[in-house]
Every structure is written in structure tokens, then in C-alpha cells.
Design a protein. Structure first.
Length: 200
């Protein structure tokens, strides 16, 4: 699990990454809404198109190219938003997913934010078109300096998407643990220093 917060008194949580090729979007929507209700409106959805498609296929997911995986994620986001915001019967048909008279529920406790975790140009453009925010990959996969460049791609996609790039929230994905031990604090100091340098 990851977490994000606006205030220390209100922490929100999400999975490090929900790989949608492994989960039908309607089932993910149902589970996410349940977690949101149980947590008092603190669950957010961090989604990925599937960076390890061969591994996903080996566990039973449909075989998809990277491009098809992004297309399916875009369709999935439409389903998630419809599931969380509709009380009637849902009928949606896309190239990768379809709902044939599904009855959504439960309703989440708050409007669940959709955070995208992709970092390649096409994935970042999808973030601008469809997501509420961008949660950068772990720092060992995407160093802070590369994350700055990724945010420029998101900004550049704003005009064709007719969105203000300031609407897209962004967070870094810094590995670590909540602790009070001196050894753990010392280990965390280089990460804190890197984050401080990146923000300047």
C-alpha cells in the first residue's frame, strides 16, 4: 500500500499499483468502493496498464501489446467512473471490456481519485486525458530528475486534452517506513535530501 496526505490528520491510501490486466474493471471498482466505505472515504485508485505483460499473461490475463494495454486501461477508467457514479443498470461496450446490464454498487464514501502510475510518453498522455493525478513509479525505477521530465510531458498533453495541467495532482513514490528508531531515520536522510533538491 502507498499513502498520500494533505494534512497529517487525514491520510489516504492506495495500492502501490493495481495492474488492470489482472482484474476486470467492474470487480476492481466494487472492491475499491468497499475499501473506501470501510476506511471512511480514504481510498484512492492507483492504476497501471501492466508493465509486465508476459507475466500477466502467464497468470491468465489476455495477451495484449503495450498499446492495447493502454487502450484497455482507458476503457477501464470509463467503467470505473460509471460504476462509482451511477445507480442504474450499466451497459457499455468497448474493444476490450463490456458491461451487459451490470448493477453497480456499493457507492463509495467519496469520489475516488484515479491516479495513473505510468511513466512512458503515451502513458503520461493518458494521465493528462483521463486521470485525476500522477503517482510516479518508485524512485529506483524513475529517479527524481526523470520524474521532472515526465511531468513536462503531462503538461504538454494538456492543450489537446483541453485541461489545465494544474488540475493534475502529482506525487513522488518514495519507499520507506514510518519509524522512530535512530538507525531508520539515518537511512531516510539521503532520500529526504534528494527530495529537497528535486523540489528546488
Amino acid at each position: 500500500m502507498g499513502c498520500l496526505t494533505n494534512e497529517l490528520s487525514h491520510i489516504r491510501a492506495f495500492r502501490m499499483l493495481a495492474t488492470l490486466p489482472l482484474r476486470p474493471p467492474a470487480m476492481f471498482a466494487k472492491a475499491a468502493a468497499t475499501l473506501d466505505l470501510l476506511s471512511g472515504g480514504r481510498f484512492e485508485a492507483r492504476l497501471g496498464a501492466g508493465g509486465f505483460l508476459d507475466a500477466a499473461q502467464a497468470t491468465g490475463a489476455s495477451a495484449r501489446t503495450p498499446g492495447q494495454s493502454l487502450e484497455s486501461l482507458e476503457e477501464a477508467i470509463v467503467i470505473l467512473r460509471a460504476w462509482w457514479g451511477t445507480t442504474g443498470v450499466l451497459r457499455l461496450r468497448g474493444h476490450h471490456y463490456a458491461l451487459e446490464g451490470a448493477r453497480p454498487g456499493p457507492r463509495p464514501a467519496h469520489p475516488i481519485g484515479i491516479w495513473h502510475g505510468g511513466a512512458k510518453p503515451r502513458a503520461l498522455a493518458l494521465t493528462e486525458r483521463k486521470a485525476d493525478g500522477w503517482a510516479a513509479p518508485l524512485m529506483n525505477y524513475l529517479p527524481p530528475i526523470a520524474a521532472i521530465g515526465a511531468q513536462t510531458v503531462i503538461d504538454d498533453a494538456a492543450l489537446p486534452a483541453r485541461r489545465d495541467p494544474r488540475e493534475i495532482r502529482r506525487i513522488d513514490n518514495v519507499p520507506g517506513a514510518f519509524t522512530t528508531t535512530a538507525a531508520a531515520r539515518a537511512q531516510a536522510e539521503p532520500v529526504a535530501a534528494t527530495a529537497a533538491e528535486t523540489s528546488q
